[in-house]
Design a protein around this ligand. Structure first.
Ligand SMILES: CC(C)(COP(=O)(O)OP(=O)(O)OC[C@H]1O[C@@H](n2cnc3c(N)ncnc32)[C@H](O)[C@@H]1OP(=O)(O)O)[C@@H](O)C(=O)NCCC(=O)NCCS
Length: 178
């Protein structure tokens, strides 16, 4: 189903990000919240996954994104989504690995995130990257009310070897080397 690449977001992508956000979450971030991360927060990074044009008439389309903060020694994964039609291709994993690499380059040593207790897909993703459960935060989420699982990768090291990436080659775009 074509190739995809990862690049930093600009505020021009806000309408497309909002559309995916509203399709993927029962309690989506608002336009204002997304805009603050794209342009107002000095700790925030925003990555986009884009599907490259199919044939001459095709156009680039946004298929996923990750918002994360690098705050001193911590990478905080804040918001991650991949459009339904593009899931199970390694896009979310590539986005998270890019965030971990960015954090490492800026001196971060650990990564943290909160995730809905029922979100099996996200648990599987984070566990596959080495994240462990730290604690439960009761009633953390609304719509519906649900506990959050706090997950941590400490220290930031891939399960096998070091991270490397070659973007723009679809599902093979990012790998862990021995
Ligand atoms: C969670 C989400 C981002 C995963 O995106 P994705 O691009 O399909 O994930 P990947 O293809 O990179 O999957 C990487 C790993 O995650 C795990 N995983 C992904 N989807 C899974 C599912 N439905 N069930 C169980 N494990 C799953 C697997 O371990 C997978 O590795 P594998 O393909 O080698 O088995 C996507 O399902 C999504 O956008 N969901 C809605 C929004 C959301 O829940 N965001 C996360 C909030 S914390």
């Amino acid at each position: 189903m074509g190739e995809w690449s990862i690049e930093p977001a600009t505020v021009e992508s806000l309408p497309d990000i909002l559309e995916i956000e509203e399709a993927c979450f029962s309690a989506p971030w608002t336009r204002k919240m997304l805009q603050a991360e794209l342009s107002g927060n000095p700790f925030a990074h925003f990555l986009l996954a884009k599907q490259l044009p199919q044939g001459e008439s095709g156009s680039v389309s946004l298929v996923g994104y990750l918002c994360f903060w690098v705050v001193f020694e911590e990478v905080r994964l804040m918001n991650l989504a991949v459009v339904e039609s593009m899931r199970h291709k390694g896009i979310a994993r590539a986005l998270v690995m890019q965030a971990l690499e960015t954090g490492l380059a800026q001196g971060a040593v650990k990564a943290l995130l909160e995730v809905r207790a029922s979100n099996q897909a996200a648990h599987g993703l984070y566990r596959s990257l080495g994240f462990c459960n730290v604690t439960t935060r009761p009633n953390y989420y609304t719509n519906p009310i649900e506990d959050a699982l706090l997950m941590e990768l400490n220290p930031i090291v891939p399960k096998t070897g070091r991270f490397t990436h070659e973007f723009g080659r679809g599902g093979e775009g990012i790998r862990s080397l021995q």
